[in-house]
Design a protein around this ligand. Structure first.
Ligand code: PMT
Length: 399
């Protein structure tokens, strides 16, 4: 018997990113996903129901109290029809309503009535996203197992720069397909610990040694692990991006702090991923007062930091599957394979950081995954998409 197509109910709310929903629906339909669209009143200011009707091939619903709609497909039928309800863009308003369970229109009502998995793609001004009220509401939704996809970082329609952009349609399509696939939750019941971002090694009370890691790759891995059903510890050096809702964030500064946190969580984890750009050296002594200018040269004595991932891989008891990253600018394969062997890792992700459009502080990246007996090239794509592929590759190995 032919299986029916997967069904996504797309709830569009009133944000400028609503214009991207036409593309989102088209791409979902390319993957044989049936889509029905429900729009809030404010969504209709940003994209017309007629556009959404044309791309979905279905009448668009927008009213809870429409006798005709109720006779054909009312809120309860909608709620039951869907395999996944995706709210995109999800404004701060709908997030707040969902958090307290308000049901005052078709979308909010069916969100309470649906037994299906629910996902939201937040999109709003960065200040609104960072507001404690929004963050508290998102944490409430995450606790209820509502998947929170994004937001992305970057320039916003209002001119601000920061977290709050809706994920791009192709990124949402990947997450939808992932959520709808039978093996979606391949990391259910697993604990994943990830290090991300840079470390800061103090020289004196106001100066430190650090690097350009933004945390985007590691945070993408954390989001991907969550999407695959894992419980996630994210040990992060100082970054300016927000952690995905639902992760256990452990904020650290130095390599020494990260070492302690990693060795606390790694033995309780199934998978450990060292994506952080850890400073190999720190100052032998940290000056108590600000170092004064003293002539033309200043000599600093540096001492080696502990190798965090090597210590995790060396755990005699409760050793997790251990995955490193190798940021290289030359002889990528040789150096990456060297680190795989010397640090006794199970897998390493070789990252050519000499390219301007990949690696440190970029939205995109490309990797080559190395195991002791195998390798896989992952071409340039968004760090979020890449992270999902990496996490699936790891999940496959620990099955
Ligand atoms: O944060 P983004 O801007 O998104 O950039 C992502 C990234 C480029 C930082 C990331 O993809 C990456 O390549 N991370 C590893 C960076 C690095 O420092 O690599 P490495 O070759 O120096 O270290 C090899 C491995 O050992 C890494 O897993 C590292 O976390 C680990 N390490 C290194 C030193 C140390 N003292 N302890 C460690 O655990």
């Amino acid at each position: 018997m032919k299986q029916r197509n997967k069904r996504v109910l797309l709830g569009i709310t009133g944000g400028i990113a609503a214009y991207k929903c036409a593309e989102l629906v088209r791409r979902l339909k390319d993957h044989h996903v049936d889509v029905k669209v429900v729009m809030t009143d404010s969504a209709k200011h940003f994209i017309t129901p007629l556009t959404m009707q044309a791309v979905s091939g279905e009448l668009v619903s927008d009213s809870l109290l429409d006798p005709q709609a109720e006779a054909a497909m009312g809120h309860i039928e909608f709620a039951k029809w869907a395999d996944l309800v995706l709210v995109a863009p999800a404004t701060s308003n709908i997030i707040a309503k969902m958090a307290v369970g308000i049901a005052d229109d078709l979308l909010t009502t069916l969100l309470l009535a649906t037994p299906a998995q629910v996902a939201i793609a937040p999109a709003m001004n960065q200040q609104m996203y960072a507001h404690v009220a929004t963050q508290d509401n998102l944490a409430t939704l995450a606790k209820r197992n509502i998947a929170i996809w994004g937001p992305g970082q970057g320039e916003q329609a209002c001119g601000d720069v920061g977290a709050g952009r809706m994920l791009e349609p192709h990124e949402l399509v990947q997450l939808v397909l992932q959520a709808l696939s039978p093996e979606a939750k391949v990391l259910q019941g697993k604990v994943v610990t990830i290090t991300a971002g840079p470390t800061r090694e103090a020289l004196d009370p106001v100066r430190f040694i650090s690097n350009h890691s933004s945390g985007k790759m590691g945070y993408g891995l954390a989001e991907a692990a969550l999407a695959l059903g894992a419980e996630v510890n994210l040990i992060s050096g100082p970054v300016s991006i927000s952690a995905p809702c639902g992760v256990n964030l452990i904020a650290v500064e130095s390599a020494a702090d990260m070492h302690v946190a990693a060795l606390t969580h790694a033995p309780k984890s199934d998978i450990f991923i060292g994506c952080a750009a850890v400073a190999d050296y720190r100052a032998a002594t940290v000056a108590e007062q600000k170092i004064k200018k003293q002539g033309d040269e200043l000599t600093l004595t540096l001492v080696k930091n502990p190798d965090i991932i090597a210590d995790v891989a060396a755990l005699a008891v409760s050793r997790p599957y251990t995955v490193g990253f190798a940021a290289e600018t030359q002889d990528i394969t040789t150096y990456a394979k060297g680190k795989l062997t010397n640090k006794k890792l199970d897998m390493i992700c070789a990252n050519d950081v000499s390219k301007p459009d990949a690696g440190f502080n970029s939205e995109h990246n490309a990797l080559t995954l190395f195991w002791h007996d195998q390798q896989q090239d992952l071409p340039l794509t968004s760090k979020k998409e890449l992270a999902l592929t990496v996490m699936k590759a790891i999940a496959e190995k620990i099955k």
